[in-house]
Design a protein around this ligand. Structure first.
Ligand SMILES: [Zn+2]
Length: 176
């Protein structure tokens, strides 16, 4: 947890995740976050597409009670991990946390992630990574931010994969 260490720690404390049960059976979901940041700093590539939240905070599209707390912590971490695989891991997880079948918990996750729309637009327009731009676009789309989706389609199309723009529903079909 090299980057934004104080902000991330504050978000962890504020989220109350330590007092939430983990779906894996442990009394506290804090272990998930501790192990996540350890791996994120040591070897972020190992977390790409790894489903690190599975059986702890989410099960496929079913969310557990800790999911909104995880979303809050990841949002606090995002500005500090500004490039590379670590940022991809964070954006991938936030995209997952915008989509699910557990209505109340998904709504709470989206409420936490929605204020990040300017960050997601910046990610797209930065041209740093087409994979991360795709996740950022997907998040805005899943949040139902239709005006910003239209803005990105019209003004930032050069930074988005054509397949994503042609897809219609915004879901990252085959990437990365
Ligand atoms: Zn667990």
């Amino acid at each position: 947890m090299r980057h934004s260490q104080h902000l991330i720690r504050a978000a962890i404390d504020d989220s109350g995740i330590a007092s939430l049960p983990c779906a894996c059976g442990r009394e506290s979901a804090l272990h998930l976050i501790d192990e996540f940041f350890e791996a994120l700093d040591a070897d972020p590539g190992s977390l790409v597409g790894a489903g690190w939240m599975d059986e702890h905070a989410v099960d496929s599209s079913f969310f557990h009670r800790s999911a909104p707390a995880v979303a809050r912590i990841l949002m606090a971490a995002l500005p500090g991990y500004d490039t590379g695989a670590a940022r991809e891991v964070l954006l991938e997880a936030l995209a997952d946390l915008c989509s699910g079948d557990t209505d109340d918990l998904v709504a709470r996750c989206r409420a936490v992630i929605r204020p990040g729309v300017p960050m997601f637009l910046e990610e797209i327009a930065s041209g740093r990574s087409s994979v991360n731009a795709s996740f950022a676009f997907e998040i805005i789309d899943m949040l139902g931010e239709d005006a910003w989706v239209a803005f990105a389609r019209e003004q930032l199309a050069d930074f988005l994969p054509r397949a994503l723009l042609d897809d219609g529903d915004g879901r990252v079909a085959s990437a990365p």
